[in-house]
Design a protein around this ligand. Structure first.
Ligand code: GLU
Length: 449
């Protein structure tokens, strides 16, 4: 059997992290089995359906590295997947739904009721074997038993979610419905609809919810709930994808750091965990760091540049070589790109501003002679590289009879404005002899007499 799966988001204006994971699991399953991944925008609710809301979904999926395989070639080319197809839009498929409603009526499963159309729901319990959840048996609730039939076309002519969802899964030959557990309670209705059309339903795999790290249910408003946050904060897309893969799925050997190709190779529905997944921000940051430190310098620079420019720090006018060397001193040190502006701004400023609390402790009259002496020693250096700088700082400390820290701290503050940052010897080398001399001079003037 050739596997056909789909991601069927409603355009709500943002892509929830749970939705992104659902998309990813579908995509992984398609790629693992050599099947097809379809993107279907469930946009029959015109009130919520905006171009912007759809763009959020498409951009998010593409950012995570997903592509879709089928669909009409219509509309804006930028909406299309790598195969230059789709997505499908339910709003463009109304004729199909109308035809299928007539079919249900002809089969005796649908009837008009107060201007609406209702579906004749089975009165029998619906039983199915969910790949993740196991055997599910759903009987009508007492309230449903009083009137089990439900509306499939509203009196304004709009077909409802259950109907169009099933029709499309049927029309598109979907073999596996992989979706959030919040839809488990809809599944008996969907199965009844499939059977009314005279076909067997697809397999179902309902993925457990994502909880906040404190165990509460993740809602729209929770921090980190939207994929857009990670896109805006310049997270590494592969790291976020890796993280999402592990939210409810785990390879047999429990590896954590996995390229998407490795996950594609190992992914199977049988390994989807049955318990709810917890959203662990620390783990995401750890993965992100692992990907950041493995990046080529070119790619790291691209991310860094975007982040710095968004923070209002312009790299214009700095030689490429200087930018590379500066960023190299940051690569293993920062945890996320959003740490970078604070960490590295001093490289790209004419004057540094001192963190006032540290300045009051470190730029004192006692450190003045130390800065004066180290400045002299620096100016006498031939090669101004990290090794020579380290030697010079240690020798100065020894000569003045102070600890190395008594030289290191004021020099760091003078040159960066901060207490922490990249390795001092390396950052001084990158700044270069002239800038370092100017900055130490400015610090001496700041201290005054
Ligand atoms: N439009 C539905 C949603 O976004 C799709 C549910 C499904 O995957 O069947 O929740």
């Amino acid at each position: 059997m050739s596997i056909r799966v789909r991601f069927a988001p409603s355009p709500t204006g943002f892509l929830h992290i749970g939705g992104a994971r659902t998309a990813l699991f579908n995509w992984l399953y398609a790629r693992h089995t050599g099947g097809r991944f379809i993107l279907r925008i469930e946009d029959t609710d015109a009130a919520r359906n905006t171009v912007e809301a759809i763009r959020v979904i498409l951009d998010g999926l593409k950012w995570l590295g997903m592509d879709w395989d089928e669909g009409p070639v219509t509309g804006d080319a930028s909406e299309q997947g790598k195969g230059e197809y789709g997505p499908y839009y339910q709003s463009q498929r109304m004729d199909i739904y109308r035809r299928r409603v007539e079919e249900l009526k002809a089969r005796g499963y649908a009837y008009d009721s107060d201007g609406a159309v209702k579906f004749k729901m089975t009165r029998e319990p619906v039983v199915f074997d969910d790949i993740v959840v196991g055997r599910v048996r759903r009987e009508l609730t007492d309230r449903e038993a009083a009137s089990p039939d439900f509306v499939i076309v509203r009196s304004d002519g709009m077909p409802v979610f259950h109907l169009v969802n099933v029709i499309d899964d049927l029309e598109m030959g979907i073999t596996h419905v992989i979706r959030g557990e919040d839809h488990l309670s809809n599944t008996s209705k969907h199965i009844a609809l499939f059977r009314a059309f005279g076909v067997e339903p697809p397999e179902y795999a309902h993925i457990p919810l994502i909880l906040n790290s404190n165990g509460s249910k993740m809602s729209k408003r929770d921090e980190g709930a939207s994929l857009g946050t990670y896109m805006r904060e310049n997270y590494v897309p592969e790291a976020v994808a890796n993280f999402l893969c592990l939210l409810g799925w785990s390879p047999k050997d429990d590896s954590q750091l996995l390229t998407i190709d490795e996950v594609v190779e190992r992914f199977d529905l049988a390994q989807i965990l049955r318990h709810n997944a917890r959203f662990d921000m620390k783990k995401l940051d750890w993965l992100n760091w692992e990907y950041m430190r493995r990046m080529s310098m070119e790619r790291f620079t691209e991310f860094a540049q975007r982040e710095l420019e968004e923070a209002g720090i312009s790299l214009a006018g700095y030689p490429e070589e200087y930018i590379h060397e500066a960023l190299k001193t940051c690569q293993e040190k920062i945890k996320t790109f959003s740490d970078l502006p604070e960490f590295a701004d001093f490289y790209f400023k004419d004057r540094v501003e001192y963190d006032s609390e540290t300045a009051s402790k470190v730029l004192t009259t006692e450190s003045r002679p130390i800065l004066e002496r180290v400045s002299e020693v620096f100016s006498g250096l031939g090669a101004f590289d990290s090794e020579a700088i380290q030697g010079a700082i240690k020798a100065t400390a020894k000569e003045l009879g102070v600890k190395t820290g008594a030289v290191v701290h004021p020099v760091r503050l003078a040159c960066t404005g901060k207490k922490v940052g990249p390795s001092l010897y390396h950052l001084l080398e990158v700044l270069g002899k002239t800038r370092v001399a100017e900055r130490i001079k400015a610090a001496i003037e700041y201290i005054g007499n």
